[in-house]
Design a protein around this ligand. Sequence first.
Ligand SMILES: *Cc1c(COP(=O)(O)O)cnc(C)c1O
Length: 398
Amino acid sequence: METFKGSYTQQEPIPEEGIEAAIAVMRSGRLHRYNTAEGELAETVLLEQEFAAQVGAKYCLAVASGGYAMATALRAVGVKPGDRVLTNAFTLAPVPGAIAAVGAVPVFVGVTEQLVIDLDDLAAKADLADVLLLSHMRGHLADMEALMALCDQQNIIVIEDCAHTMGAAWKGVPSGTQGLVGCYSCQTYKHVNSGEGGLFVTNDAEVAARAVMLSGSYMMFGKHLAGPPQETFETIRYETPNISGRMDNLRAAILRPQLRKLDGQRDRWNARYNLIEDGLRDTPGLTVIDRPADETMVGSSIQFLLKGWDGTSVEEVLSRCLKRGVELKWFGASEPVGFTSRYDSWRYVDAPAMPESDEVLAGIIDMRVPLTFSLEDCALIARIIKSEVSAVYQSVKS
Ligand SMILES: *Cc1c(COP(=O)(O)O)cnc(C)c1O
């Protein structure tokens, strides 16, 4: 019987170029983003300029984490304590956490079998809030044209959580540039790795100015070359609290070469994803998620559905795969384990039950696809999953 020996948590090393740039920053001693020598441009500033150009946004701000970027976005668009904010029922804990961080209240919107936000449920709940924190969970993009048309018509501000869609696009438009703000994570398990870190992009000068002030720029906002024009800060600089959450030059130095490689990394991820998906197709009892033609995805993780399966059989599949070295995660488990991803795990929110979403969530199986897996590894993993799902499915049916 074949087994897989690789590690699901092993990422690739930082590119040598990034290591050298990081060492140069450490040698300089100037790690703080506003600590620059005469005529020097901080790594953080260069990162912001480069990322803004890469996604085609006017302004970019580098911050301490993806979660910090989201909370900053909510503050910068004017969300106040007690306000309700729409968000996905299927997402990761830092998303409702960012809403809670500003004292606001998440209102969950359902998930479809394509694993994207349910636009009918969004339309039904549109009157409940002025802001949608839209999570492109596990890299699945909703029909962004339909979503933006609905939100524009309902005067809903859209903030995009692009933790899993850095490098992705809808009809060629980079993910994170359709909403008013795009938020990205540079945490180890995302598409670029500085341990922790986040990026914030917008085309709105006032939102950008508030975010710069919020992030802890003191009166050094003039050093933000990917920030809005100086006059935008005229009153904002007096009115905006400093809620410290800057990125430092060390992280920025590590990230810049990784961003230059992002398109190539996307192709490598998608080659792995497609191999696994092909290997899983036509497995009895298993449904692959067909990706829309308008989506440019980054296949850094893969999901499939075990629709209508009972919990015991799902757990049987997971334990049999694990014995063969394949680590699957079940989002439907009743007790949250590891990274929690469903609305009823967050009991600080008084969320009404969502039976249709519960049914989808109960069947979602997830697997990370680190780039340290070879193509042969991916083919092997698919064979293992296929054989174990088939075996359990057959035994349940007979
Ligand atoms: C990781 C993640 C975040 C938050 O990123 P951090 O940088 O860890 O704060 C937000 N949303 C999703 C879906 C994530 O997976």
